[in-house]
Write a protein that binds this ligand. Structure first.
Ligand SMILES: *[C@@H]1O[C@H](CO)[C@@H](O)[C@H](O)[C@H]1NC(C)=O
Ligand SMILES: *[C@@H]1O[C@H](CO)[C@@H](O)[C@H](O)[C@H]1NC(C)=O
Ligand SMILES: *[C@@H]1O[C@H](CO)[C@@H](O)[C@H](O)[C@H]1NC(C)=O
Ligand SMILES: *[C@@H]1O[C@H](CO)[C@@H](O)[C@H](O)[C@H]1NC(C)=O
Ligand SMILES: *[C@@H]1O[C@H](CO)[C@@H](O)[C@H](O)[C@H]1NC(C)=O
Ligand SMILES: *[C@@H]1O[C@H](CO)[C@@H](O)[C@H](O)[C@H]1NC(C)=O
Length: 295
């Protein structure tokens, strides 16, 4: 129930937010109230809405000179000064869990005054750059908040990924390859709200890999095409043989079915056998002729 209420509050406040405040983690943040003469002020209230927590309220009543706290368990969130002199709020040190909505409401003789903030907590990422292979470099922005942006000079053939940690930070890494041998050194830049950083690394010559890749990308397809064509030709040749074989058996049956011989001769030609018969007859006559000559 509380969780639901909190998210509802956040969404209604979201539309009213008028100041985005970005503060690095582990620093001190001071949030100011509306600038009105304190002598007019009768009551000041800070309403703090953080994720997964009931709303916390800090208030100060001028007539009784009393401060009150409701559901404020975080000792790092306090009045910045004595509230009768300055009603500003302080967070010291700022943690990721302090990201959320803060509103100062001042009741004065001439009306109510509001000032709202959305606090964004920044964590600078740790930057690393190293060679993975001779022509591949990896650049990492580890555990930053929000996610860092990585760019390369010159631009390579890159893959970029993000990994979210349970504590609200993000690791971004980018792995790039430069196949052109004219690129001998590269620069990685990590762009982040906490500041930009750049590192430089020299690539190693990758002659062996490029020769290997040449073989892989150029020669291999040619071999595949040649082998494929041979295989295809073989397959189609084999099919023709198979067709002949399946036609052959009836020929054997014909010999046994003498009465239908004349019919089958027309229908399912026994040209092979008839030819053979004719051929043998011709050979016979030729042999006879030869015999005649020899005789
Ligand atoms: C309010 O109370 C504080 C102590 O809590 C005291 O130091 C301060 O003088 C008081 N201010 C007034 C205006 O009475
Ligand atoms: C304080 O928190 C409790 C739950 O933890 C909630 O029931 C209550 O309404 C909260 N009080 C205020 C004033 O927000
Ligand atoms: C968050 O978690 C990562 C991974 O465990 C760790 O490297 C990093 O220091 C943590 N950052 C914070 C701010 O807790
Ligand atoms: C490297 O060569 C490529 C193509 O040959 C060219 O487009 C590129 O500009 C060259 N880069 C450098 C740093 O000379
Ligand atoms: C980081 O670099 C970006 C792009 O070049 C620039 O817009 C931004 O102002 C820089 N940020 C800081 C903190 O220097
Ligand atoms: C990487 O570079 C080194 C040093 O120039 C070289 O000896 C090695 O053969 C290279 N490796 C590949 C895979 O190209």
């Amino acid at each position: 129930m509380d969780g639901k209420q909190t998210t509802q509050n956040i969404s209604t406040i979201l539309t009213e937010v008028n100041t985005l405040l970005s503060r690095p983690m582990d620093t001190k943040a001071v949030l100011c109230c509306p600038l009105i003469p304190l002598t007019n002020m009768t009551l000041v209230t800070w309403e703090i809405i953080l994720e997964d927590k009931p709303a916390c309220k800090l208030s100060y009543r001028r007539d009784t000179n009393e401060t009150r706290e409701t559901n404020c368990t975080d000792k790092r969130i306090t009045w910045a000064f004595r509230p009768d002199q300055n009603p500003d709020l302080q967070i010291d040190p700022v943690a990721i869990t302090h990201e959320g909505y803060y509103e100062c409401i001042m009741a004065a003789s001439d009306g109510n005054f509001h000032r709202r903030y959305h606090l964004q907590v920044l964590v600078p990422p740790e930057m690393t750059l190293f060679l993975h292979k001779n022509r591949t470099a990896v650049c990492k922005a580890v555990a930053g908040r929000p996610a860092a942006w990585i760019s390369w000079s010159p631009e390579g053939d890159c893959v970029t990924e993000q990994e979210y940690w349970g504590n609200g930070t993000v690791t971004v890494w980018s792995s790039c390859r430069w196949s052109h041998s004219n690129v001998s050194a590269v620069t990685c830049s990590v762009l982040h709200l906490t500041g930009n950083k750049s590192l430089f690394i020299e690539l190693l010559p990758g002659t062996k890999t490029s020769v290997k890749l040449y073989i892989l990308y150029l020669i291999l397809p040619i071999i595949l095409i040649v082998v494929g064509s041979i295989w295809f030709l073989k397959i189609s040749g084999y099919r023709k043989c198979e067709l002949k074989k399946t036609e052959a058996p009836p020929v054997v049956e014909e010999d046994e079915m003498q009465p239908y011989a004349s019919y089958t001769e027309k229908n399912n030609p026994l040209y092979d056998t008839t030819n053979r018969v004719k051929m043998s007859q011709v050979l016979q006559s030729e042999a006879d002729g030869v015999g005649l000559h020899t005789v």
